[in-house]
Design a protein around this ligand. Sequence first.
Ligand SMILES: [Zn+2]
Length: 103
Amino acid sequence: MSKGKGHIPIRTCICCRARRGRNDLLRLVLDADGMVVPDAGGRKPGRGAYVCRDAGCLSLLHKINRLQRVFRTKRPVALHPDLFGLSAMPEAFNGKAGAASRL
Ligand SMILES: [Zn+2]
């Protein structure tokens, strides 16, 4: 009866400050070009931040000043186009959970 993965680390959403299990949040990474990219696998190197997998929180990411503070950079920060897609279509990356909740 093992759960397999052990306990889940708690992270805070950079938009609404909700504390959630890491698996419930989307990891964001600032890459070398100043681009904020979604890191669905949680494996990219670099400074990470977490945001709810929620259209409301994802749309708040568009407030670039906040992202500069989160990533502690003074350089311009750009959102990867995938993040715009995610905030427009939250169900696309809720995946199975989204489908199941409609039963
Ligand atoms: Zn949030």
